[in-house]
Design a binder for this molecule. Structure first.
Ligand SMILES: C[S@@+](CC[C@H](N)C(=O)[O-])C[C@H]1O[C@@H](n2cnc3c(N)ncnc32)[C@H](O)[C@@H]1O
Length: 200
């Protein structure tokens, strides 16, 4: 993830900063506890959490504990400033986290980067406790107005729903957030979709 090491210094300001992170965190929490805003505390793990800007916003708004994991040292240095002692370097495909120990795994703007989301979904299913949730962005390229591969995007909702089902995880809902600070080719602010899957 060398490009993210290089990008870390400017990542937040070029991705909408705190306003984008706040929008994303609010979307996550709408899915974690639909209609019950007070019921969001728990053990959170943000995979590919980058600079921790969304992780910290989720932690603050949920009242839960947060671990932020990422591959990039540069990104993690920023995350460690936001969440001291809670930032770990780890591949999302092989997390140094005990099985069935996490209430909510978040993955914001990760799965579209990968050739295949299956190894991530496998690992998330391992670390989630029964009843726990994966909350992830889906169909990110489409939100930007970019064309997806003919085989479908790695973060496509249908593909992720099938991968999750193989682990007994069911789609519980979707919501959206405004990509504040981002612009589509047509000049509009993109709307990003977030989906939640619950483990049986
Ligand atoms: C677009 S950034 C998103 C960061 C953060 N989630 C956010 O919304 O601001 C993608 C991040 O994914 C990390 N990443 C990419 N592949 C990864 C993997 N296999 N395991 C862990 N982190 C990964 C990169 O280092 C980078 O920080």
């Amino acid at each position: 993830m060398l490009e993210y090491d290089a990008e870390a210094a400017h990542y937040d300001e070029t991705r909408g900063g705190l306003p984008r992170a706040t929008e994303a965190a609010e979307a996550v929490l709408r899915l974690v506890s639909p209609g019950r805003a007070a019921d969001t505390a728990g053990r959170y793990l943000d995979i590919a959490g980058g600079t921790g800007i969304v992780s910290a916003a989720v932690a603050a708004a949920s009242g839960g504990s947060m671990i932020v994991a990422d591959l990039s040292h540069g990104m993690l240095r920023k995350a460690a400033e936001r969440l001291p002692g809670r930032a770990i370097q780890a591949r999302a495909e092989a997390l140094p986290i005990a099985s069935a120990s996490i209430d909510v795994v978040t993955a914001i703007w990760l799965l579209h980067l990968l050739p295949d989301a299956a190894p991530i979904v496998d690992e998330v299913a391992r670390v989630l406790r029964p009843g726990g949730r994966l909350v992830t962005t889906v169909d990110k390229n489409a939100a930007h107005g970019h064309r997806d591969p003919d085989a479908g995007p790695p973060d496509g909702l249908a593909r992720l729903t099938a991968l999750a089902a193989a682990h007994g995880m069911a789609l519980t809902g979707t919501t959206t957030f405004a990509g504040v600070g981002q612009l589509r080719p047509d000049g509009a602010v993109p709307t990003f979709t977030v989906a939640s899957f619950a483990k049986a």
